[in-house]
Each structure stands twice: as structure tokens, then as C-alpha cells.
Design a protein around this ligand. Structure first.
Ligand SMILES: Cc1c2[nH]c(c1CCC(=O)O)Cc1[nH]c(c(CCC(=O)O)c1C)Cc1[nH]c(c(CCC(=O)O)c1C)Cc1[nH]c(c(C)c1CCC(=O)O)C2
Length: 342
């Protein structure tokens, strides 16, 4: 039986104190992250220099002793590995060359070619599996196909994923071919992370909430089910966390339908509701509002306690409902941990 707390929670064990990590725990709110990022020059170079990517992954572990480390990389490396141009505009976010037709989907690189671009990421995983403390679990990740496709189609982040919905509605067959290609690439990418030493993998479907009805089934649920089924066939025993952000009522049944070991909850979901309707299928992760790490104060402690209490009858990994923001106060993270761990 493993001793790592994250793996115990993912196996369905209820722990007296929930294990904890944070989305974007390696990030701009930490001065040591900003220093290493400056050394790398830019964000993408940081992702592709294994020594520096491993260093920023380790920084929040050293500072706070989180129970899990998440590989430092980005969900948009897959589109780049499939042949798109990718760059980040400071203060604005990602930009990509686009895919908006059947011909452009067909012109993407074959799945086997992704490792040419992504091999430095696997090296980061290998370094981390050597250097992390024994008790810390290493989480690998990828974007879910729908979320990744929204960036590939629009060439950037969009408030309502409009361009992706337009492509889907105009040419469902070509859109499905794009989802299939990203699904296959994601299986290959996550498998390689696991072979390099990732102990858990997480699928980020940040824009799942904009899929409704049959579209949610076809493009959020089904790709996740395919990826999880294949990962579990190739790597028995590796747990998977799914994050269908803003899925609302569709969080209920998501783990059961996809085979995920854990569902990560955003902070629009009421913890008491999720304890009754999602946690019955297994471990849940979440769901403190990241804004509380900016504002701090008594509300931070009372909300931490509310989340811990709401999920205290079943397996739970404490986390935020979304990533910690650059304006968060690092001391508030210590206060959050004190409130969880007592
Ligand atoms: C949608 C998405 C992306 N990337 C990711 C998602 C899904 C989760 C989510 O909903 O946030 C996932 C991601 N991005 C990053 C990680 C590393 C691991 C961790 O959580 O610590 C992870 C798991 C690093 C990053 N990815 C990015 C940063 C900030 C880059 C910087 O240092 O300037 C980090 C630490 C950049 C990024 N990457 C992306 C955007 C839209 C941006 C720009 C917005 C922003 O700046 O926050 C795409």
C-alpha cells in the first residue's frame, strides 16, 4: 500500500486531513518563479529547458511542502508539436496559427511526430521523479481535446469559444477529425509522461462549460473517456484527474462515465452540492475561490474550513477552483495551508 497521501485519496481513501496542491502553483505570484522565468528569457523557453522547468516545479514544493507537484509545461505545447506556430504575447496570452478547414486538419503532423518537439518535457519529468521528496506525488497533464481545439481554431483565447463553435456547427465531420487527432496526440503525450515518471495525470478541459447537450457528450465526455480508457489499458494503476471546468450539473456522473478517478471542481460549484452529487463516485478535488488568496483575511480561513468540512465524509484533495493568480499574496497560501493542516 502506497504512503503518498495524494495517491491514497485518489484510490478512494478518506483522510483526516486532505492532501493539498494548487493549480498554477508554479507561477508569477512567486518571486523565485519570476527570477527563473527571467533567466529563461520567455515562457516557452522556460517550458522547453528541462533544468529550469524542473526548478520552477520544485519551488512551490520547497516553499510550502505541497503534497503534489505538477509538471511545469502548457496545454498549448500539443498544437505546437502537431505543427502550429505558437507564441505568447506578454500581458495578453497565447497566439497560434489556426486550423479552420478539413485540409488544415489533414495537414497537421502525424501523432508519432509529437515526441520530436515534446522530448524536453519528458526530460523535465525524469528530473522531477529523481528530485522530488519521497512523499510528493508527481502529476503530469495535458489539455482536453475540446479546450486545446478552441485555441487551435481561434489562434488565441476567446471569451465564448465562438470560432470553435462555428467550425463545429459548420462542418462537424472536420471538427470531429480535429478532436480525434488531438485525442490521439494526447494519449501519446500522457503515456510518454507516465513512462518518464508521472504518477498521476490530469486533463484540463477549461472550456468544457461552453459545450451543451449532445456537444458535451461528444466533445467533453467522449474524448475524456477514450483518453482515460487508453491510458488505463497501457498503464494500469495510473490515476487520472479530469477537470471539466464549469460543467455545472454535468459534473454529476462525469467520473463514472469517463473512468476518471477524481473530478476537479471549479469554484462556481457549491461544495455541499458536489459532496452529495459528485463525491459519491470517488475522489473530488477543489474548490476554493482563487480570489481569496488575493484578499486573504478571515474570509480565507472560513472558506477553507467550509470546503474541508463539506468534503470531509469522502476522499478529497484540497485545491483551488482555478489557477492562483499573479496578484495573490504568497503569505495567504501559508495561511490557507495552516487552516487546512491545523
Ligand atoms: C487554458 C490553459 C493554458 N494552460 C493551461 C490551461 C488549463 C488550465 C487553465 O484553465 O488555466 C494549463 C497550465 N499552464 C501552466 C501549467 C503548469 C503547471 C501549474 O499549474 O503550475 C498548467 C497546468 C503554466 C502556465 N501557463 C501560462 C503561465 C503564465 C506565463 C508567464 O509566466 O507569463 C503559466 C505559469 C500561460 C498561459 N497558458 C495558457 C494561457 C491562456 C496562458 C496565458 C494566461 C496566463 O498568463 O495565465 C493556456
Amino acid at each position: 500500500m502506497t504512503q503518498k497521501t495524494i495517491l491514497r485519496a485518489l484510490a478512494g481513501e478518506r483522510l483526516p486531513t486532505p492532501p493539498v496542491w494548487m493549480m498554477r502553483q508554479a507561477g508569477r505570484y512567486l518571486p523565485e518563479y519570476r527570477a527563473t522565468r527571467a533567466q529563461a528569457g520567455d515562457f516557452l523557453s522556460l517550458c522547453y529547458y528541462p533544468d529550469l522547468a524542473a526548478e520552477v516545479t520544485l519551488q512551490p514544493i520547497r516553499r510550502y511542502g505541497f503534497d503534489a507537484a505538477i509538471l511545469f509545461a502548457d496545454i498549448l505545447l500539443i498544437p505546437q508539436a502537431l505543427g502550429l506556430d505558437l507564441w505568447f504575447v506578454t500581458g495578453e496570452g497565447p497566439r497560434l496559427s489556426t486550423v479552420t478547414s478539413a485540409a488544415e486538419v489533414a495537414a497537421l503532423k502525424p501523432v508519432d511526430a509529437i515526441h520530436d518537439t515534446l522530448s524536453p518535457i519528458y526530460e523535465t519529468v525524469r528530473i522531477l521523479s529523481r528530485e522530488l521528496p519521497r512523499e510528493t506525488t508527481l502529476i503530469g497533464f495535458a489539455g482536453a481535446p475540446w479546450t486545446v481545439a478552441t485555441y487551435m481554431i481561434a489562434g488565441r483565447g476567446t471569451p465564448d469559444q465562438g470560432p470553435a463553435h462555428m467550425f463545429k456547427d459548420a462542418d462537424r465531420a472536420s471538427f470531429t477529425a480535429l478532436i480525434d487527432r488531438v485525442t490521439e496526440a494526447t494519449i501519446a503525450y500522457l503515456s510518454a509522461q507516465i513512462e518518464a515518471g508521472a504518477e498521476v495525470v490530469k486533463l484540463f478541459d477549461s472550456w468544457a462549460g461552453s459545450l451543451k447537450g449532445q456537444d458535451f457528450d461528444d466533445f467533453a465526455l467522449e474524448p475524456a473517456r477514450r483518453i482515460i480508457t487508453e491510458i488505463k489499458a497501457r498503464h494500469p494503476g495510473i490515476p487520472v484527474i479530469a477537470f471539466p471546468r464549469e460543467a455545472g450539473p454535468r459534473y454529476a456522473g462525469f467520473a463514472h462515465a469517463t473512468g476518471a478517478d477524481c473530478v476537479a471542481l471549479d469554484n462556481s460549484v457549491d461544495a455541499e452540492w458536489a459532496a452529495a452529487h459528485v463525491q459519491m463516485d470517488g475522489c473530488v478535488q477543489g474548490n476554493l475561490d482563487p480570489k481569496l488568496l488575493v484578499s486573504g483575511g478571515p474570509d480565507l480561513e472560513s472558506e477553507v474550513r467550509r470546503v474541508v468540512n463539506a468534503f470531509s465524509n469522502g476522499p478529497h484533495i484540497f485545491n483551488l477552483g482555478h489557477g492562483i493568480t499573479p496578484d495573490a499574496d504568497p503569505q495567504n497560501v501559508s495561511r490557507m495551508l495552516a487552516a487546512i493542516r491545523g
